[in-house]
Design a protein around this ligand. Sequence first.
Ligand SMILES: Cc1cc2nc3c(=O)[nH]c(=O)nc-3n(C[C@H](O)[C@H](O)[C@H](O)COP(=O)(O)O)c2cc1C
Length: 380
Amino acid sequence: MRAINIDDLRAAAHRRLPRIIFEFIDGGAQDEVSLRANREDFQRWRFRPRVLTDVSARDQSITLFGQSYPTPLIISPTGLAGIVARRGELAGARAAAKFGIPYCLSCMSTCTVEEIAGETPQPKWFQLYVLRDRGLTRAFIDRARAANCTALVLTVDTKVQGPRERDMRNGFTVPPKFTLGTMVDFARHWRWLLDVGLGPKVTFRNFDGTAAQSGNAVSITQFIAGQYDLSISWKDVDWFKSVWGGPLALKGVLTPEDAKIALDHGVDAVIVSNHGGRQLDGAMSAIEALPDVVDAVQGRAEVILDGGVRRGADVVKALSLGARACMIGRAWLYGLASDGEAGVDRALQILINEIEVTMRLLGRTTVAELGHDCLARQRH
Ligand SMILES: Cc1cc2nc3c(=O)[nH]c(=O)nc-3n(C[C@H](O)[C@H](O)[C@H](O)COP(=O)(O)O)c2cc1C
């Protein structure tokens, strides 16, 4: 059955993936309050459509870091996409290239930044965590530059791994362990088993050749505890800015206070995000945090929303509240799980079509026409 919306792709992902893998992408931290809030809080805003405006033209293009893009979507960095489908990051990057949108590669990917750069034409973004080993961090920045990445995304909400209880319960490790329980689950999902389970070993390939790569199966929590720098602070942002030298985005900002400090440190974009509800449970949702951050930034940097986007209407709401673009995490992963690269294409096409129809029904033809007057806040 052809997927009509992102929820259909999620249902397909559920069928296609072993439970332990599906829960790794679908789940959030602890009670998943923030995960749910990312979706639910979009419903706090309703549209104020204008009628009898000529909507025969259509244009959802945006400009970001001085470059024009045909649609306001960016693929979020998601580590281990290759556990969903073999060379999953490559499928995502290829799909993004077809649609002319940025693909942000996570440093925790299963394909290296060089592989992605070598096999897809358009420039990519690279996402980095702050590692204890500053030499390694610097090497990552140099590799991203050499691979023609045009923006560096520094994720700042992950000093420690968010407690994802589904993964704990499932004993999720990288690579996945073959136990009696998982073997039955894997065997029932033979397509995944042939593609990923029995394919090349899934690891954090960017870390190949470094001390971080032990070769053993580790939980993500163990990996992060060994690698990430708990002491990182604002002065480190200056270091990143100077070493990188190009557009720098901070991912995981939820407050206007931090957005203002980010501006003082010369950050070029603020990505309003609670990490898809995977880090601090109970943190504000991305769409709830967005208006105050936009207010604080006052157009001095790009503001990007990340979290909970499953509908084109969500994107239109975020843009109406002042976001320049939206990142999509699970939406592309569900597509990837459902049908590889074709599934990512489908996810992007669905969202682009939905953005178009929403804008037309709203009586707007360009992103520039989207503003607070497009929305009414629900009072309850
Ligand atoms: C499976 C998975 C892996 C992720 N890995 C990373 C990562 O390596 N780096 C990062 O900054 N964010 C990571 N994220 C968070 C996403 O970049 C993004 O913030 C989140 O998925 C947005 O919410 P959404 O899934 O509702 O779109 C990951 C998310 C998922 C679902």
